[in-house]
Design a protein around this ligand. Sequence first.
Ligand code: SAM
Length: 305
Amino acid sequence: MTLSQSREYAQVNRSKDVPWYLPSINPRLRGDALTKLLKEYSGISEDKQEAHLLAIREKAYAIYPMPCIGLFWWLVLGLSLHPAYPALLQFLKTAPQKKVLDLGTCLGQDLRKLAFDGVPVSSLYGCDIMPAYQAMGHELFRDEPTFGSQFIHGDLFAREDAGDALLATKGSWDVIVLNMFLHAYSLPQQTQAAARILALLSSAPQSKILGIQAASTTAGAHVLKYPFLKPGVEKEIWRHSRESLVTMWEEVAKKAGVKVRVWAEYRDRVELGTKDDAMRHTKAKGFFKGEAGDQRRLFFLIERI
Ligand SMILES: C[S@@+](CC[C@H](N)C(=O)[O-])C[C@H]1O[C@@H](n2cnc3c(N)ncnc32)[C@H](O)[C@@H]1O
């Protein structure tokens, strides 16, 4: 089953009158790295970039109205902000060809940044449950002829016997990028996903999983409801703290008999500044109510030893 056939898809609130559908692009999101990427990788001149980005946001939001898309998170090039990014580039450039999987790739901005920073395109793959994002990524970066066949349409939560294209790649990835993905799930689901992701990873030492997720200094369950979902619909998600995320990965690895080193650290939400602009922009209606002061971005790295 694809997301577009799922109950979750049918229950999502498609309204734009939500705190995360920003009316304009927050200037903090558009760093020089993005401007340069769009100009030099995609050939879009600076004066045309704003209109291009706004148009892509409309189309991507129509596919599935994810907060990340509404907030323009994808302009941040999150992977390149990861403290392990310079070492990752080194790892990917100096070793014999390595394979990178960006899991929940969406528009694929992190893969394009890796390509622009010198990683061979033939190393770079994205996977998403929403196949329509492949074409959106090409439209955003104008790179269909050169970034053509690197998209896996798969479901991280597919049943083992479902013949899923992602599960068919078990054990083959040197690097798995996991940006802004698992925080949309409950703790049991995140734990199940972590075990799957570990199984997707190559058994070679130094193979790694790295990423970013929304976190809180106080770990705990939250209930997503309106306006994220349609009125009356609820879904449980889990916000990790640094400690709970480290514990989850360590326990999953131990159970699988895999030796790993786990690192995680909070960073400020750079794209929003100290005040949450998303919430200031519009009338917040209870999304993550009571959590604001505890909210963090959590950067993590799980490496096989
Ligand atoms: C919040 S977005 C983050 C996108 C991107 N990594 C970023 O940082 O901008 C999460 C992505 O995960 C995808 N996704 C959600 N559930 C999935 C699943 N079960 N299997 C594969 N992809 C999934 C969504 O379609 C979406 O594109």
